[in-house]
Design a protein around this ligand. Structure first.
Ligand SMILES: CC(C)(COP(=O)(O)OP(=O)(O)OC[C@H]1O[C@@H](n2cnc3c(N)ncnc32)[C@H](O)[C@@H]1OP(=O)(O)O)[C@@H](O)C(=O)NCCC(=O)NCCS
Length: 168
C-alpha cells in the first residue's frame, strides 16, 4: 500500500521529531527543543504519527516568511518539500500580508539544495543573493554541517505576492 502523508500544525509531541530533522539538516543545536517549544507553530508532514518533514512559518511587519523546510532523507524527491511550501503559503495568505518571502540555502560546497525548485514550483521569484546569510546562526557550539564553526553559506532570497485581489 502506498504511504499516505498527512500535513498538520504541530502539537507538542511532534517537536522532538522536528528537532531531530533540524539536527540532521542544519547541525546539532541549530534548533533546540526549548526553542522549538517556544516557537511551537510548525507545519509538519507525518507518516502516520512520525514527523518526516516540517516548515516554519512566521509573519512579521506584514510579510510572511517560510524557513526551515526539511524532509527526512528517506522521503525526499516525492514532492513533500513542494507540498510543505504550498501549504505554508496557504496558511500565511490567511493573514493580512501582501507577500511571502523565503531564503533558499546556497551551500558553500555548491551542492544542490532543492528548496529553490520547490519555491519556484509554487510561483516564487528569485530576487537576490544574500552572502554569508547563516553566519550568525553558527559558532563553535552550533557548527554548520557544511562549513563548521564559521559558516560562509549564502542564500537566495525568493518572494511571492499574495492576496493581490484584496488591494483592487
Ligand atoms: C529541500 C528539501 C526540503 C526538498 O524536499 P523534497 O521533499 O525532496 O522536495 P520535492 O520532492 O518536492 O522536490 C523539490 C525539487 O527538488 C528536486 N529534487 C528532489 N531531490 C533532489 C535531489 N536529490 N537532487 C536534485 N534535485 C532534487 C525535485 O526534482 C524537485 O524539483 P522539480 O520541481 O524541478 O522537479 C529537502 O531536500 C531537504 O530537506 N533538504 C535538507 C534541508 C534543507 O536544505 N532545507 C532547505 C533550507 S533553505
Amino acid at each position: 500500500m502506498a504511504t499516505v502523508i498527512t500535513y498538520k500544525n504541530s502539537e507538542s509531541y511532534h517537536l522532538p521529531g522536528v528537532v531531530k530533522l533540524a539536527d540532521m539538516a542544519f547541525g546539532e543545536g541549530y534548533l533546540t527543543l526549548e526553542l522549538a517549544c517556544e516557537i511551537s507553530n510548525f507545519l509538519v508532514a507525518l507518516d502516520v504519527d512520525r514527523v518526516i518533514g516540517y516548515a516554519f512559518n512566521t509573519v512579521e511587519d506584514g510579510v510572511g516568511n517560510i524557513s526551515h523546510v526539511v524532509v527526512d532523507p528517506r522521503y525526499r524527491g516525492r514532492g513533500i518539500g513542494t507540498e510543505l511550501v504550498k501549504r505554508s503559503v496557504e496558511i500565511l495568505a490567511t493573514y493580512d500580508i501582501s507577500r511571502v518571502e523565503s531564503q533558499a540555502w546556497q551551500r558553500s560546497d555548491n551542492r544542490v539544495v532543492p528548496l529553490a525548485s520547490a519555491l519556484e514550483a509554487n510561483g516564487f521569484s528569485r530576487i537576490k543573493y544574500l552572502p554569508n546569510f547563516y553566519n550568525l546562526d553558527h559558532s563553535e557550539d552550533v557548527p554548520c554541517n557544511v562549513c563548521g564553526n564559521v559558516c560562509t553559506c549564502g542564500a537566495w532570497q525568493y518572494e511571492l505576492q499574495v492576496n493581490e485581489q484584496d488591494t483592487l
